[in-house]
Design a protein around this ligand. Structure first.
Ligand code: HEC
Ligand SMILES: [Cu+2]
Length: 361
């Protein structure tokens, strides 16, 4: 039983391991301090730098914890492994507690968590605290689109968000409740703004930020929200005030004209088929009415004796189908998005109608 004594005493090998881990930790911590986050993920909102600072703080202290916890596991597994000379009854040293160690490994992580909590408490009000904003607008999550409502604009904008640079924005973030089927949690994530806010039905969360870098950035839904989740993304365009005004005026003119007009006679079925794959197949099969996905199957739309009328009760002719594609429709099956939400033009609608006409036996 001679080896029991050296198991109970930390030998030179232990302290060498501690020093090696110390050096690895120091290198890692230095790496965290100098790592140029902005080169990999631009900061495009005024508040972003503070979020990065919090991230750096957390990563800095995580490095030694990661290195020492895993380093000791590896060291002890090797150092105190069973050797061929050990008897079959050998069970290692009967060590149970070490009060001093346990006190410190409780106090240090607790202090770090508390510090991180207090620092976050200082930073988060920049996003969530009350604040005077130049623009107050709404973002609404749908299956599977982001809808944006601007003050002074009658119609909503879908998936393509425009914001003027250096103007403080308050975005009221929520999810659609138009229909029980549509009311799921989404999440509004713009990595470059360092914003990630859940969109929850029935709850409106105002979030503040000031875009401060020109460019186009991704908006991503980061809450799994159904079969269309993977296609639920959009773009935010941070533009000059002048460009913003031009864009806004164009939008206003469009809503005043009652939207673009569709010429259903001029469609191209081939182009329609490609679009269908891209924009519609997430919710519709090119199969008979009963073969539902989210919405009904769309084959035989114009000549199905079982379903002579469309879901909105109108007769199945090209103009009425075009109207559903343009304005959308919410009925007993769920919500069919309108043309802005589906990201299709009036030409696209004509092409889609032409394609749907070819889908019959
Ligand atoms: C997010 C899912 C979704 C997407 C995307 C979608 N639809 Fe629909 N669509 C529906 C739902 C749900 C209905 C049925 C609404 C109801 O009656 O409750 C529907 C209904 C329809 C109807 C009426 C069918 C009938 O028998 O009356 C047509 C036509 C249609 N969609 C075409 C399209 C086309 C073309 C596209 C692609 C541009 C598309 N939809 C994209 C969900 C979707
Ligand atoms: Cu979503």
């Amino acid at each position: 039983m001679s080896h029991h004594t050296d198991e109970n005493h930390l030998d030179g090998g232990f302290w060498r391991a501690v020093i090696v881990m110390g050096i690895i930790s120091a290198l890692g911590m230095w790496g965290v301090v100098v790592f140029p986050i902005e080169n990999y993920l631009k900061e495009a909102a005024q508040q972003a730098a503070d979020i990065d600072w919090l991230f750096r703080f957390m990563a800095f202290f995580s490095v030694p914890i990661l290195v020492y916890v895993n380093g000791f596991i590896i060291y002890f597994v090797i150092r105190y492994r069973t050797r061929p000379s050990d008897s079959i009854q050998a069970t290692g040293s009967p060590i149970h507690d070490h009060s001093a160690l346990e006190t410190w490994w409780t106090i240090i992580p607790a202090a770090l968590m508390l510090a991180l909590g207090l620092l976050s408490y200082k930073v988060l009000p920049e996003y969530y605290g009350a604040q005077a904003a130049a623009v107050t607008m709404e973002a609404i999550g749908h299956k599977w689109d982001f809808e944006f409502r601007y003050p002074g604009l009658a119609q909503s904008v879908y998936n393509d968000l425009y914001l003027p640079i250096d103007v403080p924005v308050t975005m009221d973030i929520t999810s659609s409740e138009a229909q029980a089927d549509d009311a799921v949690i989404h999440s509004f994530w713009v990595p470059e703004f360092r914003i990630k806010q859940d969109m929850v039905p029935g709850m409106v969360v105002p979030i503040h930020f000031t875009p401060n870098r020109l460019g186009t950035y991704r908006i991503i839904c980061t809450e799994f929200c159904g079969i269309g989740h993977s296609r639920m993304w959009g773009s935010v365009h941070v533009v000059s005030q002048a460009d913003f005004n031009t864009w806004f005026a164009t939008q206003q003119k469009q809503s005043a004209n009652g939207g673009p007009k569709v010429n259903v006679a001029s469609g191209d079925a081939g182009a329609g088929q490609a679009l269908f794959q891209q924009k519609c197949s997430v919710c519709h099969n090119a199969a008979p009415f009963d073969q539902r996905k989210v919405g009904p199957g769309l084959a035989d739309l114009f000549d199905d004796p079982q379903h002579p009328a469309l879901v909105d009760g109108k007769k199945a002719d090209p103009a009425d189908v075009a109207e559903i594609l343009e304005k959308g429709y919410t009925g007993s099956m769920g919500s069919m998005p309108n043309m802005q939400a589906n990201g299709i033009s009036s030409t696209d609608i004509a092409n889609l109608v032409a394609y749907l006409k070819t889908l019959h036996k």
